[in-house]
Design a protein around this ligand. Structure first.
Ligand code: MN
Length: 239
């Protein structure tokens, strides 16, 4: 028996690249980093003072990514699934200790992501001082739109970011409300880890996070970047 009989060759998760003239390019996902509390109103709604706390990072597994149009089983082990719509930064050029003024040179493009959160598990972890991993990094917890290349749209410092659930607006803000800008996030994260091509960074969510139920349709959108649409199956998945 070979190892391949036991563990089939692992495949790399890939995200489509938008607006590439029909070239059908895809972006391989290496790691997913996420920023906590990066919009003041969201920090306040979670009970924190945005003026005193620097943003911080957590991670999700690369294979938590699912694409636009996915029909998703409802996550297990939660009674409080929450949506968080976020700007996603796709790293195209690696580097460590990247200066803020050079940070945008490392960005390949931008996407719309959903940092799906088992809020009850995250809250229990916070209260007991334990890791957030299973509140944040569960299966299919990172829906992500196609990546819009910088070569097409340039860099983003403002623009509408919003999320609807079954057509009702739940989150509605502007990228200019980010506490830490994209260059600051890329620079700061690169001091902790060497960023590599294929890394995605979810840059934090604006206010309005809330519950998702069986059968809900979520649509996240960022002006000029694109949309991500997912639906949750009406019944809990037993497969
Ligand atoms: Mn988030």
């Amino acid at each position: 028996m070979t190892i391949a009989d036991v563990v089939p060759a692992l495949h790399t998760v890939r995200v489509p690249v938008a607006d590439d003239g029909g070239a059908s390019r895809t972006f391989p996902v290496r790691r997913i980093f996420c920023v906590g509390r990066n919009y003041a109103e969201h920090a306040r709604e979670m009970g924190h003072d945005p003026t005193r706390e620097a943003p911080f990072f957590f991670t999700k597994p690369a294979d938590a990514v699912v694409g636009d149009g996915a029909a998703l089983p409802f996550p297990t082990m939660t009674e409080e699934l929450h949506h968080e719509v976020e700007l996603v930064v796709a790293i195209g050029t690696g580097g460590d200790s990247i200066p803020v003024e050079r940070a945008l040179d490392h960005v390949f493009g931008y996407a719309v992501g959903l940092d799906m959160t088992r809020r009850d598990i995250q809250r229990a972890a916070k209260e007991s001082g334990r890791p957030w991993d299973l509140g944040k990094g569960f299966d299919r917890s990172a829906p992500c739109s196609a990546i819009m290349p910088v070569a097409t749209i340039g860099h983003l410092s403002r623009g509408s970011i919003r999320l609807t659930v079954n057509g009702e607006v739940r989150q509605d803000a502007d990228l200019s409300d980010l506490i830490w800008s994209v260059p600051e996030i890329v620079s700061d994260l690169s001091r902790f880890v060497r960023l590599e091509p294929g890394d995605l960074i979810m840059t934090g969510t604006p206010a309005g996070v809330g519950p998702v139920h069986h059968g809900d349709e979520l649509v996240g959108a960022i002006e000029g970047v694109g949309t991500i649409r997912v639906t949750y199956e009406a019944c809990r998945y037993h497969g």
